[in-house]
Design a protein around this ligand. Structure first.
Ligand code: ZN
Length: 82
């Protein structure tokens, strides 16, 4: 399900959600998401999770939570760049 564009995009997702990504890359991600429901789903889920963690006073989503999300969405091969 995840093609190469999706993988590139999702490997930068935490930076994107943290707002640490360059404006150009953000635009690229948003453009891709507009036509890719898979990535939309991942970003929505991840964003919700990140917000939840911030609400309880933790700045970062633990790696295992991210991995679980990827796995649920069958994108678990993406998170291995660390
Ligand atoms: Zn995609």
């Amino acid at each position: 399900m995840a093609n190469k564009t999706c993988r590139n995009l999702l490997s930068q997702l935490s930076d994107y959600i943290d707002g640490e990504l360059e404006e150009m890359l953000c635009a690229e991600i948003e453009q891709h998401m507009a036509g890719c429901p898979d990535c939309q789903a991942v970003v929505n889920t991840l964003e919700k999770t990140v917000r939840l963690y911030r609400t309880v006073g933790r700045a970062e989503v633990p790696q295992d939570v991210q991995r679980r999300l990827y796995k649920v969405l069958r994108l678990d091969q993406i998170g291995r760049h660390t």
